[in-house]
Design a protein around this ligand. Sequence first.
Ligand SMILES: Nc1ncnc2c1ncn2[C@@H]1O[C@H](COP(=O)(O)OP(=O)(O)OP(=O)(O)O)[C@@H](O)[C@H]1O
Length: 261
Amino acid sequence: MEKRPLLKVNQAGISFGGLKAVSGFDLEIHQGELVGLIGPNGAGKTTSFNLLTGVYVPTEGDIFLEGVRLNGLPPYQVTRKGISRTFQNIRLFNDLSVLDNVKVANHSRAKHSMLSSILRLPSHFNGEKEMEDKSIELLRIFQLEHVKDELAKNLPYGQQRRLEIARALAAGPKLLLLDEPAAGMNPQETHDLMELIRFIREKFDLTILLIEHDMNLVMGICERIYVLDHGQLIAEGLPEEIRSNPKVIEAYLGEEVSSDA
Ligand SMILES: Nc1ncnc2c1ncn2[C@@H]1O[C@H](COP(=O)(O)OP(=O)(O)OP(=O)(O)O)[C@@H](O)[C@H]1O
């Protein structure tokens, strides 16, 4: 019997006024896969992430994580079910320290109860200590431990991008959605990021779906790729299949995208 996919999206879509931003969107991702979602500007990639994370409620179709239907759940509940994300435009708590940015996210799976926190029971302090240790361990992996007390807004751009991923991981996701993680990075930073994405997938037993314009990154690390254009899926396949797919090439005509990965 074939294994059930971790994420299954069945004919999902959403319209804004008359515009079908995404429609008939089908996606199946299995545990441990690293999958890319690409497409020209305005194709519907971020909107798809917003559907998957409860920011938008689909006006058509269904979304299942481990067989559980997610339609209509608010974003914080989707996070609890196991989907975390980063954003195209970095969204950190700018005036909190780097460590606190990760600890806040860690709270969504804190084991100690609200009551123990209010009453300041030992389990509260043990829980806090455990959370801090876990957060620092994450910062170490992302090479951010040495700036843990800095305000997030004072970090250089590349470090802010890494902090966003660390924060998404702190919630303990099964599925991590990365929205243009390499945006604004130089080639060396992009290369290091690819290594980091591979590493965290192994270390945290993650499944990853990433949106990216950098074709070197997408073709270099994704095992399968989905392609959206004008809100519709136009292709799905292995990187080498996608690279030579006439529909994909046509969709990208006029876009400044290098495909010489
Ligand atoms: N809240 C909204 N209200 C109205 N239209 C929207 C909304 N969100 C997205 N759209 C429209 O849906 C379409 C898809 O946008 P989306 O941001 O998902 O594309 P994208 O593939 O992520 O593009 P990019 O690569 O430029 O980030 C666009 O035409 C956009 O203007």
